[in-house]
Design a protein around this ligand. Structure first.
Ligand SMILES: *[C@@H]1O[C@H](CO)[C@@H](O)[C@H](O)[C@H]1NC(C)=O
Ligand SMILES: *[C@@H]1O[C@H](CO)[C@@H](O)[C@H](O)[C@H]1NC(C)=O
Length: 387
């Protein structure tokens, strides 16, 4: 390595470290330094971006069926945990920031769910499975949807006796007291699964948001008081989006697939309108919108600022080139390999993000102005109700 490379590299590392420290500061003052727990438990919903182990190699969608082996988990747990990443997910960093243990998967019977439980499922859709069957979807849709996750939640809380805050106010108050509900991104799979069918993206938008809104509404009616809803990420920025056969001219100003990014952007606009309606209907609840899309836009537009060298290339995959991605042979399949420094990549396996990007996303949510209302408002409200 020449000395000039060495100098510029350490300079780059220094800037990155300073930036990351800056991002870290405000939250530590809000929570971790005191060891204080703003919430005692967290109920989590979502898809593979949030799944901490409800799926595994035998139940995951066919395209990502090597999540139960290394290199999945190589950067942090150092063994596979059935997370779709090389390490921690956004929800894991949230758990750390709230001073809580990682939220365990609902389907693992040995989970200790004292401080929360995770119902998120990799490959999951917002719209029920029957819709995709009816439309003759040829992709490997899995049978679980948000409706399944809600049914699991109800089974899980059955012995609490909470049915609705009107009919069983005491029980529901106990269940949701100091509890945070986290709805991770959901709906991206719905759009993917209709490709090649006659269903339109407009139909998916309408139905997916309806099912998501119904889930949130049901939880609010049961007594949930603190809710975070993540919007869709900029889905046009993933290596997978470049493999969909869309014309090479279909690019936005940051170089992502324009029509996919527009699709997720428009989805988020409508989702936020529905969230506003829910805020009016449940004024005593705090509902925070986590703006993933804008976070991606910020990071993909300024990768070096956040320590990233590769934006559109999967760290783990096959084929090299601009994307290092082949949907027939994804991360972990024979012949694939993973890059030397995953933290310099935003993308892990062609669809899912690296721990590096997950960390940045969590910081930008918590302290970076990418949540509405800000996370500090949620913490303040939760603290007030405990006084
Ligand atoms: C994978 O998940 C299914 C469904 O939850 C479960 O029955 C099975 O035991 C799991 N397999 C492994 C290897 O963990
Ligand atoms: C699905 O396939 C069946 C049998 O080929 C056909 O009759 C039906 O019209 C298709 N449905 C849609 C929504 O395309």
């Amino acid at each position: 390595m020449s000395s000039s490379t060495t100098i510029s590299f350490s300079h780059f590392t220094l800037i990155t470290t300073l930036l990351l420290l800056l991002l870290l500061l405000p939250l530590s003052s809000a929570t971790s330094t005191t060891g204080h727990r703003p919430f005692t438990k967290v109920f989590v919903f979502g898809d593979s971006y949030t799944d901490t182990g409800n799926t595994n190699d035998s139940t995951a969608p066919l395209i990502f069926r090597q999540i139960s082996s290394l290199p999945y988990g190589r950067s942090f747990f150092h063994h596979p945990t059935n997370r779709y990443s090389d390490g921690r997910l956004v929800i894991d960093f949230i758990a750390e920031s709230l001073n809580l243990p990682y939220f365990p998967p609902y389907l693992n019977p040995s989970s200790d769910t004292t401080h929360g439980v995770n119902f998120a499922v990799g490959g999951c859709t917002a719209i029920p499975f029957s819709f995709f069957v009816k439309h003759n979807s040829t992709l490997d849709t899995i049978p679980q949807s948000l409706t399944t996750q809600l049914a699991w939640f109800k089974l899980y809380v059955k012995k609490s006796g909470c049915k609705s805050k009107v009919s069983t106010p005491k029980q529901c108050k106990a269940l949701f007291n100091n509890a945070l509900v986290w709805i991770g991104q959901i709906g991206a799979n719905d759009y993917t699964y209709i490709s090649g069918t006659k269903a339109t993206s407009k139909t998916v938008q309408k139905l997916a948001i309806t099912y998501q809104t119904n889930l949130i509404k049901e939880l609010l009616s049961m007594g949930a008081k603190y809710v975070v809803v993540q919007g869709l990420p900029a889905t046009g920025c993933f290596p997978l989006a470049f493999s969909l056969g869309l014309p090479p001219t279909d690019r936005d100003e940051i170089g992502c697939v324009g029509s996919k990014n527009k699709e997720s952007y428009e989805h988020n606009v409508v989702l936020q309108q529905k969230i506003d309606d829910l805020r009016r209907e449940f004024p005593e609840a705090v509902i925070v919108y986590g703006d993933d899309w804008s976070v991606y836009k910020e990071v993909y537009g300024n990768p070096a600022k956040y320590g990233f060298v590769e934006r559109f290339k999967a760290c783990c995959g096959i084929g090299g080139g601009e994307h290092n991605f082949n949907p027939m042979s994804t991360c972990g399949a024979p012949g694939t390999s993973s890059c030397k420094h995953p933290s310099r990549y935003t993308n892990w396996d062609g669809l899912h993000t690296t721990q590096g990007l997950n960390w940045v996303v969590s910081r930008l949510f918590l302290n970076g102005g990418f949540a509405n209302p800000p996370f500090s408002h949620l913490l303040k409200k939760a603290a007030e109700s405990r006084e």
